[in-house]
Write a protein that binds this ligand. Structure first.
Ligand code: GLN
Length: 389
């Protein structure tokens, strides 16, 4: 066999998805991969079924069904304070995952650098490699995940093409404040850099924290690509409907990449997404209420069990230090810790190293998700009692 692609040779398997498989094989409790195990909203399930029965089963308009682009534009206006033209500024993609890689493919040239906050959602690593960008990592430091402005400033240079922001953040739960985003915006303007912002957890916020879209800050709309999806907000991670909002010229390029990569996101689910995006405010309040309670429950449980968790301001993850449990587990790194935790309790997490460029940096951390129903969370409480000492 001839040599396979050198680019993909360096990829490891997605640790998040691997943990799900290990968990399923062990019949455990999946607090690793961030997908809800409760029912998706009835109304949109019915809307998807109706769309199929109405024969909306063929290719969509490649860059998104007009009704959905209209709904995205409306929501971006009321929730994100972003004005965009559905005809020219929106590309509907197969989830935020495709929106990110299509965006990078659309703007990156050899030698370009991208700035990525670390720890980062594991896809951004391979996304950088696939697009040919050279990543520069800027650390967010536990337990508060504060932004180190000096470190950020020194990451910008003439070769910087874009900065990737993820707020609310996976895996840390950090929500970037308006003033932090303002500082990032100043640097983007100074160095003529794109902001690529993944905002899929924008409705999952705690303690009165507000979500701010960097595209809404002065002089930023034209240089920002705002990525989002219905996965987390409407609890339908398997539907694969996401989008990118960008200026007309960037959108033209993203649409071309998207068209040749996937042609389109599933047509019936695009039509169901239109219904989702018209939900009343009470839907979002109920979602937040569940996640608020689940966050407190898991945070208290982890503290009681001997972990040292960081309280998230948004999203549905808790990063925790596990140093104090490692000796008792007879392990010296996060991967061994996660495996042992499944073995002892059936509870699956994601090893911290999968969120860092240098695995050593995540050696003492694991990530739990709490986007689960109460039966699962209570079962986890019972399972973790096995660790009482
Ligand atoms: N975003 C989710 C997580 O971080 C799911 C990732 C995935 O498998 N696509 O767990």
């Amino acid at each position: 066999m001839k040599e396979l692609s050198r680019i993909t040779e360096a990829f490891s398997e997605s640790v998040i998805r691997e943990m799900t498989r290990i968990c399923d094989a062990a019949g455990g409790y999946n607090l690793s991969q961030g997908f809800p195990d409760f029912e998706s909203p009835e109304l949109i399930k019915q809307a998807a079924i109706d769309a199929i029965n109405q024969e909306k089963n063929q290719y969509p308009v490649t860059f998104g069904e007009p009704e959905l682009r209209e709904a995205i534009s409306k929501k971006a206006s009321w929730y994100n304070n972003i004005k965009c033209d559905p005809e020219t500024d929106i590309t509907v993609t197969c989830g935020a995952t495709e929106a990110m890689i299509a965006t990078l493919k659309a703007i990156i040239n050899p030698g370009d650098e991208i700035i990525v906050f670390e720890p980062f959602y594991e896809n951004y690593g391979p996304d950088g490699i696939l697009s040919g960008a050279k990543p520069r990592f800027v650390s967010l430091n536990p337990p508060d995940w504060d932004l180190d402005l000096t470190g950020l400033e020194s990451a910008f240079n003439m070769n910087t093409k874009a900065i990737i922001i993820n707020t609310p953040n996976n895996p840390t739960g950090k929500v970037f404040s308006k003033s932090e985003l303002g500082e990032i915006a100043k640097l983007c303007i100074k160095w003529d850099v794109f902001a690529i912002t993944d905002e899929i957890y924008e409705h999952i916020l705690y303690d009165g924290t507000k979500h701010v879209s960097i595209a809404s800050l002065p002089s930023m709309q034209d240089r920002t690509i705002t990525i989002n999806s219905i996965s987390k907000t409407y609890s339908v991670t398997g539907w694969r409907v996401g989008w990118a909002i960008a200026n007309k010229i960037v959108t033209e390029r993203i649409r071309k990449v998207h068209d040749f990569l996937t042609v389109g996101a599933p047509t019936p689910f695009q039509h169901a997404a239109v219904v989702a995006m018209d939900f009343e405010e009470s839907y979002y309040l109920d979602l937040n209420d569940h996640y608020n309670k689940a966050r407190s429950f898991l945070f208290d449980l982890l503290e009681r069990t001997g972990f040292s968790p960081s309280l998230p301001e948004g999203s549905y993850y808790i990063m925790t230090d596990v140093s104090s449990l490692m000796e008792w587990f007879s392990v010296d790194n996060d991967v061994a810790f996660s495996r042992k935790l499944i073995e002892l309790t059936g509870v699956a997490t994601v090893p911290g190293s999968s969120f860092y460029s240098d695995p050593l940096k995540g050696k003492h951390q694991v990530r739990f998700t709490f986007c689960k129903n109460w039966d699962t969370l209570h079962a986890v409480e019972k399972a973790l009692k096995k660790l009482s000492f």
